[in-house]
Design a protein around this ligand. Structure first.
Ligand code: HEM
Length: 389
């Protein structure tokens, strides 16, 4: 049999089978990855569930202020399996953000952002911002009280940006008060960007495959193992656990993470007692509220993420993994706790205690990224020498 015949009909015309084999079956992996390396796969699976359940939800959803709330209620109560599809969609968002926060924390801890993985890091951050926009737009769609008032807070915050703020906010939401135009645009943004995110995931994984995976030591391992069967087995086991947690959310606790106010139809004449975001936006909301000026709050909230985008350039040290960087380990631990504190503060009423908690936590976060990390990374070599002595 000739070489060409051996390759098969499809392979000769489109070498997709060999590409798949090279990238996903034989791909050389470090042998020592721990369970934190499962979370990229979890995020991918969660996004897959969101897209599929979203397509089914869209079949019954009405993007108009007179029909949206009722159509969502109908999906929940009358459409066959509607409660399940909506539960998958709402639970999926929590699973996605939960996976992403751990995925990013893993990257920060093990220094996976360092050269030559900067582009991988930037595509990841691009994905995170996309997912945030998609989630925000999606939250407007049921047209409940929190949808309306949450979106109003963001419109006001955007309006504070000099020069482009007002035009940008009317482009995205139409004129105030929010109405049909805003809802329709958010529906299109929500739907269209979800497919954009899938394309960026392909870029993200392509960038990962240029360098290959980092590992907990941060030092490239000489020994490698093929992705299959080692990591297909490990990922499958992890995915089973992930699906179990997801199933508990969908079947046993469907309303646990939803704010009760969003089961009341939007009413521009009645402001809810507290406007609180979903848990995954809470750290950013806490910072937005903690700064007395509107523009300052917006910049500080954006800054929470921007310092993470810039981390490959803020950290110039030669050592990658925090395992071997005691100072970074401590600082990063404090920054992670500060982020959780911001999340808690963002979900409370804006009284003095929580406003100050947010201010202190934000100082710890920025202090780590802008002061301790650049300083300690300059001294990494020094610590190594002292330890060796
Ligand atoms: C929807 C969003 C995302 C998806 C679906 C996704 C998916 C993945 C997958 C499947 C992997 C390989 C498996 C793994 O290492 O866990 C990976 C690796 C990686 N991702 Fe993401 N990711 C997303 C967002 C992010 C974000 C927000 C960041 C941080 C900026 C990020 C940074 C990285 C890094 C640095 C790696 C390489 C890890 C290493 O080898 O140490 N990703 N991602």
């Amino acid at each position: 049999m000739s070489e060409q015949q051996k390759q098969g009909w499809l392979e000769q015309r489109l070498p997709i089978v060999s590409a798949f084999r090279r990238e996903y079956i034989d791909f050389p992996m470090p042998p020592n990855l721990n369970f934190l390396w499962n979370f990229g796969a979890f995020a991918t699976i969660a996004l897959g569930f969101l897209v599929i359940s979203g397509i089914f939800l869209a079949l019954n959803y009405t993007p108009s202020i007179n029909g949206a709330f009722a159509s969502v209620e109908t999906i929940d109560r009358s459409v066959a399996w509607g409660w399940f599809i909506r539960g998958l969609h709402m639970g999926g968002v929590t699973m996605l953000f939960g996976s992403l926060y751990i995925h990013m924390g893993r990257g920060l801890y093990y220094g996976s952002y360092k050269a030559p993985r900067e582009v991988l890091w930037l595509t990841g951050m691009g994905l995170f911002v996309l997912v945030m926009i998609i989630a925000f737009a999606g939250y407007v769609l049921p047209w409940g009280q929190m949808s309306f008032w949450g979106a109003t807070v963001i419109v006001n915050a955007l309006g504070a940006i000099p020069v482009i703020g007002q035009p940008l906010s009317s482009l995205l939401f139409g004129e105030a008060p929010l109405g049909d135009m805003a809802l329709h645009r958010m529906f299109v943004v929500h739907f269209a960007l979800a497919f954009g995110a899938m394309a960026v995931i392909a870029l993200h994984v392509a960038a990962l495959h240029v360098t290959g995976s980092n590992n907990p030591t941060g030092v490239p391992t000489r020994k490698k193992v093929p992705f299959h069967p080692y990591y297909t087995t490990k990922d499958s086991f992890g995915i089973c656990l992930f699906l179990m947690v997801y199933a508990v959310l969908v079947f046993f606790l469907p309303g646990i993470l939803t704010l009760a106010d969003n089961y009341i139809e939007a009413n521009p004449m009645v402001t809810p007692a507290d406007i609180t975001p979903e848990w995954y936006f809470a750290p950013f909301y806490a910072v937005l509220r903690a700064v007395p000026s509107r523009l300052g709050g917006l910049l500080a909230a954006a800054g929470l993420l921007l310092v993470v985008v810039a981390v490959p350039w803020l950290d110039r040290g030669p050592i990658r993994s925090a395992r071997f960087r005691p100072m970074i380990r401590l600082g990063l631990g404090a920054a992670f706790l500060a982020f959780i504190a911001l999340g808690i503060a963002g979900m409370q009423s804006p009284d003095t205690l929580w406003i100050w908690t947010a201010r202190i936590a934000a100082c710890v976060w920025f202090g780590f990224f802008l002061v301790l990390l650049p300083w300690a990374s300059k001294h990494d070599d020094h610590f190594r020498v002292v330890e060796a002595d």
